[in-house]
Design a protein around this ligand. Structure first.
Ligand code: COA
Length: 333
């Protein structure tokens, strides 16, 4: 029996960002804020909003984009993993709706809930399925319709979030020089009091009272989350680099979750990675939760900025708390 290790590598990417744009001037008109405050405190200039439909529509559009660009047939897909905290419904899973939309008749799939770390957790899961040797084509989609759970009267949160989806196809490769190398992932429920949506689940099912108390919206206590995110994302990225004997010079790009430009800058600094090696698109999309990291990958790849052999460090921090980093070597031309 061969003991040759199967490597998992990204062989296709796709994305979807809705057309409707909410710029900072719009928020100046609905809450007590300013373009200047938003840009200096977060780095956000615009976000996209899905006017009709749910997260499965975002995810389906991203997957269709991937399928078209990379000649992937629906029946070839073995597994669909959708990372999201805004599923269309509690059940069935968004992955089932996406499966039906593209008619991936041979696929199974599931949703994965890890908030802003969702793509990282799903990517590790997808790579493990490939490495197990049991599956050949796994699709991992990060998709969130954050506008569905955003309170547009709360200036602390409404300026931060947007809607989008992005997808990657993961396949096996025998080329050990490329693909997924390593990941460090964590969760700590001590963070549950700082970033949550309390209503609608089994603990607080929907009632008139939960609606009146705005329990179906995102709540965030920004300061403690900010502090934890700076330390969490920077430390885990540094630890992953140390574990794999990487210096800042070995890293072509840091691909950070896009929650706040100041958190991203702090992470890059700790890693010894220059600003020109940090993927940024928070200015255009805001925080799209599970979609931010794959959205960066798609845009930078399509702009010709990522080359085969480039070492990437993906890093995220989010509700839970959840956080982690992944190291991969890009394998697409
Ligand atoms: N416009 C103007 N002022 C605002 C504002 C807005 N949109 N939102 C908050 N403020 C005010 C606050 O009310 C506060 O006023 P006060 O001092 O009179 O009470 C002041 O700005 C400073 O608030 P603070 O919370 O200290 O701001 P901040 O610098 O921490 O920035 C966040 C706020 C939300 C941008 C920041 O905390 C953050 O990015 N947190 C982490 C986000 C994150 O990583 N989440 C995890 C993944 S989702």
């Amino acid at each position: 029996m061969s003991t040759k290790k199967i490597n998992a590598t990204i062989t296709g990417v796709g994305m979807y960002a809705p057309e409707k744009v909410l710029d900072n001037a719009y928020f100046e008109s609905i809450v007590n804020t300013s373009n200047d405050w938003i840009i200096t405190r977060t780095g956000i200039r615009e976000r996209r909003i899905l006017e009709t439909g749910g997260t499965s529509d975002l995810a389906t559009a991203a997957l269709k984009d991937l399928m078209e660009k990379h000649n992937l047939l629906a029946e070839e897909i073995d597994v669909i993993i959708v990372a999201t905290v805004t599923p269309d419904m509690f059940f069935p899973a968004t992955a089932c709706l996406v499966q039906d939309n593209v008619k991936a008749k041979n696929a199974w799939g599931f949703d994965l809930s890890a908030a802003c770390s969702g793509f990282l957790f799903a990517f590790q899961t997808g790579c493990s399925l490939i490495e197990s040797g049991r599956y050949k084509k796994v699709v991992v989609i990060g998709a969130d319709k954050m506008s569905a759970i955003t309170d547009y009267t709360d200036r602390n949160t409404c300026i931060l979030f947007g809607d989008a989806a992005a997808a990657v196809l993961i396949e096996p490769t025998e080329d050990s020089a490329i693909g997924f190398k390593d990941a460090l992932l964590h969760c700590d429920g001590q963070g549950k009091d700082y970033l949550y949506m309390k209503g609608g689940g089994s603990l607080n099912p929907a009632t008139h009272e939960t609606v009146d108390n705005k329990m179906h919206y995102i709540f965030q206590d920004g300061k403690p989350v900010f502090k934890a995110a700076v330390v969490g994302m920077a430390d885990i990225s540094y630890e992953l680099m140390q574990k794999n004997n990487l210096t800042g010079g070995d890293v072509a790009y840091l691909v950070p979750h896009q929650a706040n430009l100041r958190i991203i800058d702090a992470t890059a600094q700790r890693m010894g990675v220059g600003k020109d090696k940090v993927m940024i698109n928070i200015d255009k999309y805001g925080n799209t939760t599970a979609a931010t990291i794959p959205l960066c990958l798609v845009e930078y790849y399509r702009a010709g900025k990522i080359k085969k052999g480039d070492n990437l460090i993906l890093a995220a921090f989010g509700a839970g708390y959840t956080w982690g980093a992944a190291y991969l070597t890009w394998g697409m031309d």
